[in-house]
Ligand binder design. Structure first.
Ligand code: SF4
Length: 76
């Protein structure tokens, strides 16, 4: 019998400056990040001003390692 790996999903909601954040609530307090955390198998969720920058990519990489994520969704 094969060992089943726990599904641990990371969700990354990009604000794209104000391009997305100006029309959608991406926040952890009241918005998309808060909702994402209620979904099955989501172990981590955050938003960021820009995930396509070096700094944004580093946020993704570090959180994958820190939270043992094995799947990610980038909403951008
Ligand atoms: S990843 Fe896409 S949505 Fe986010 S800042 Fe870059 S271009 Fe904008």
């Amino acid at each position: 019998m094969s060992e089943q790996q726990e599904i641990r999903i990371g969700v990354y909601v990009c604000r794209c400056g104000i391009n997305i954040a100006g029309v959608l609530d991406t926040t952890e307090e009241t918005g998309l990040v808060k909702f994402a955390k209620t979904l099955p198998h989501v172990a981590y969720a955050t938003d960021n001003i820009s995930f396509c920058t070096t700094a944004g990519a580093a946020v993704i990489q570090e959180s994958i390692e820190e939270n043992n994520l094995n799947r990610i969704v980038v909403a951008a």
